[in-house]
Design a protein around this ligand. Structure first.
Ligand code: DUT
Ligand code: MG
Length: 151
């Protein structure tokens, strides 16, 4: 498997943090860290959300996206997840990557500087082109959905 090169620009407030990295040889995602101030950790109250800075900007090659996905440990243990999961980082986005975290747990959660808050997954993008028609081919399912096959 050939790695895809992605340019990454650490911003001034990233200073001293580790770049996102695969935690194991088979990891699909690289954990990304909170670039919040060392002295002003974000405290997420139950039911609240926050846009957490990562201190990173990237230039993804055309034909790819980066998905921002939750970490299962934070979700299972603390009810913390990405509100817009999977977040989409477009190949033409040059702003700072931010993680929209929400606390669905029942206790306040403190996000400290350097905490691994989410994971970044590089994925190929297939772009579609619409072909406008007057009717669609028939199928056994037809318009059935939303539980039409049973519970
Ligand atoms: O979790 C996320 C999701 C998005 N973005 C950035 C990168 C992405 O390329 C841009 C736009 O994201 P999206 O298309 O999901 O948001 P939108 O509400 O449609 O905004 P826009 O009108 O700017 O496309 O915001 C993040 O930093 N983190
Ligand atoms: Mg958009």
């Amino acid at each position: 498997m050939t790695d895809v090169n992605v340019k990454i620009l650490p911003l001034p407030h990233f200073d001293g943090l580790d770049l996102p990295a695969y935690e194991t040889s088979g990891s699909a995602g690289m954990d990304v860290r909170a670039a919040v101030g060392a002295d002003d950790a974000v405290v997420l109250m139950p039911g609240h959300r926050a846009m957490v800075p990562t201190g990173l900007s990237v230039a993804i090659p055309e034909g790819y996206e980066i998905q921002v996905r939750p970490r299962s440990g934070l979700a299972a243990k603390h009810g913390l997840t990405c509100l817009n999961t999977p977040g989409t980082i477009d190949s033409d986005y040059r702003g700072e990557i931010k993680v929209i975290l929400i606390n669905l747990g029942d206790a306040p959660f403190t996000i400290a500087r350097g905490e691994r808050i989410a994971q970044l997954v590089l994925a190929p993008v297939t772009r579609l082109a619409w072909k406008k028609v007057g009717a669609l081919d028939e199928t056994a399912r037809g318009a059935g959905g939303f539980g039409s096959t049973g519970r």
